[in-house]
Design a protein around this ligand. Structure first.
Ligand SMILES: [Zn+2]
Length: 89
């Protein structure tokens, strides 16, 4: 089957959109109602060191206590942490 290139691109991008959406939903929804992320690791990197300013990027590794989903969260370089973390008890 032949399809036009533009149509093919459109299909590809809508497929990509769907996958992104699925990923978003997975990040929002936990099989056990709501994710309970705890911080298991923090890594500080300096991705930009030239010039007068130094960028600091904190990368957090979060694990959901309930479903064990792992996500990475960034703070710095114009981004804020996206995920809420529960306090360890
Ligand atoms: Zn979860």
């Amino acid at each position: 089957m032949f399809i036009k290139k533009s149509k093919y691109r459109k299909l590809l991008s809508s497929n990509q959109n769907l996958q992104n959406r699925l990923k978003q939903l997975e990040e929002i929804l936990c099989p056990c109602e709501q994710h309970e992320y705890v911080v298991v690791d923090i890594e500080t990197t300096y991705p930009y060191m030239g010039g007068p300013s130094v960028e600091i990027l904190d990368k957090r590794k979060l694990v959901c206590r309930r479903c064990k989903k792992v996500v990475y969260d960034y703070n710095g370089c114009g981004t804020m942490y996206r995920y809420k973390v529960v306090n360890d008890d």
